[in-house]
Design a protein around this ligand. Structure first.
Ligand SMILES: C[S@@+](CC[C@H](N)C(=O)[O-])C[C@H]1O[C@@H](n2cnc3c(N)ncnc32)[C@H](O)[C@@H]1O
Length: 418
């Protein structure tokens, strides 16, 4: 029978380090009896030992983390995840390099001859470039949100890199020309229906709300229209997305980055150059004055009381299918409109995720709008004819396109009060 130690790992660590440091301290006193150095080494050693213990983490949790709102904790977690992007991505690629080295020596020679080893190394370089962008976002976010070192220590981050990869790859969709093909059809449908339903004079009395605004290009384009809408409220509840969106407007505005959006998988590539290709990401010179970036769950979002307005337009793009409960989304949209004139412009697929409780078809959604007091004024047919990619590598062997459900609907006079 094996005997298991009942001493906690913290105590074991402290005792081991303490004995070692005492020996070093005693030796230090023999060598330099009148020096303060042995004491200094002892204190630094003990402090670093305590820093590595779970007790230290517990103290941070108790006295730092609990003081934070969950929103601030989310920001701290996102910063920690961005910080770890490069380490995790390189570890992923190093694993690929190790598996390559498992094939026979002769096969390795052939793989090198066809450029596979160079390919692996180019991916590392691409990850470094993406990592440099992540570190800049981290620096900016720490500054903007006044995050302390101690708060960072209390971060809870996932070991998976997928959320960070998703967020930084959205830069390609929102803020480089790679995304134009994806976003232009969405913007033209939205702007066309805004123009049809809100007169130029009424823009100054109209608030646009964009739930699930992602990295914010749609909100940016709508707030840049002239004459301006009274206010454009982007509402995004992923802290990673929110920080990445904020970063695009930060100083210095002339800064640019090389982003490699397709580097995180070896599947579906035609060439190494396609796989590792980069695109220049440029920051925005200015944030439109009527645009507000809200880090919020839109189901809990309220318009600021200071805004005076007559009309509310809700713009949902690639958003509706994120609902766990579509009824909550309907209720939130209707609550935000309240007693004002309301318009809803939707464009996006119906690819339900996140454990949905109901998964309505386009037809059922149309019926639901009707019984809740919405009056459709546009629903282009044939349904789903317009298709669009989403973070699709148009030079890859696998490309995914979604048929888009589109409608523009007025919250009518006979609205129901739910
Ligand atoms: C599929 S993405 C689309 C992003 C953007 N609309 C676009 O077209 O690029 C959906 C976004 O909605 C956000 N989201 C999901 N549920 C949300 C909620 N309840 N409140 C605010 N944002 C939400 C997600 O974090 C994600 O950024």
């Amino acid at each position: 029978m094996s005997s298991q130690s009942t001493v906690s790992p913290d105590i074991q660590l402290i005792l081991t380090r303490l004995s070692l440091l005492l020996v070093i301290y005693a030796a230090g006193l023999v060598i330099a009896p009148s020096s303060q150095l042995p004491l200094l080494v002892f204190c630094v050693g003990m402090a670093s030992t305590f820093y590595r213990t779970n007790s230290f983490k517990w103290l941070i949790d108790k006295f730092v983390k609990l003081d934070m709102t969950s929103e601030r904790q989310d920001i701290v977690n996102a910063i920690a995840s961005l910080k770890r992007y490069e380490t995790l991505a390189l570890a992923w690629n190093n694993h690929k390099t190790r598996t390559f080295k498992r094939v026979s020596w002769e096969d390795q020679k052939q793989a090198r001859e066809i450029g596979y080893y160079d390919h692996l190394m180019s991916v590392n370089q691409a990850i470094h470039d993406n990592g440099a962008l992540c570190q800049r976002i981290v620096k900016e976010a720490i500054k903007k949100h006044g995050i302390s070192e101690l708060e960072l220590k209390s971060s809870l981050y996932s070991k998976a890199n997928s959320r960070v990869i998703e967020a930084i790859c959205h830069y390609a969709r929102d803020w480089t020309e790679l995304g134009d093909g994806e976003l232009k059809p969405l913007l033209s449908y939205i702007i066309e229906n805004l123009d049809r339903n809100i007169s130029v004079e009424d823009r100054s009395k109209t608030v646009l709300i964009i739930p699930g605004s992602g990295l914010g290009r749609i909100a940016h384009e709508l707030s840049s229209l002239t004459p301006q809408f009274k206010s454009v409220q982007a509402v995004e509840f992923s802290s990673l997305m929110h920080l990445c969106n904020e970063f695009i407007y930060s100083e210095p505005q002339t800064e640019s980055f090389q982003l490699h959006p397709y580097v995180h998988t070896y599947s579906h590539h035609i060439t190494k150059a396609n796989h590792t290709r980069s695109i220049t990401l440029k920051k925005q010179p200015t944030k439109p004055s009527n645009l507000t970036l809200n880090f919020k769950d839109f189901r809990k979002f309220n318009l600021p009381e200071s805004i005076e307005y007559d009309n509310v337009v809700i713009v949902t793009a690639f958003f509706l299918d994120t609902a766990q409960n579509l009824f909550e989304y309907f209720a939130s949209i209707e609550r935000l409109i309240g007693s004002k004139t309301g318009l809803w412009i939707n464009i996006g697929p119906l690819k339900y995720g996140t454990a949905p409780v109901v998964e309505f078809s386009l037809e059922e959604l149309r019926h639901l709008r009707k019984i809740r007091g919405w009056k459709d004024i546009d629903e282009p047919k044939p349904y789903g004819e317009e298709i669009s990619g989403y973070l699709t590598d148009v030079k890859g062997l696998w490309q995914g396109y979604y048929g888009l459900g589109r409608w523009t609907s007025k919250y009518s006079e006979n609205r129901k009060n739910y």
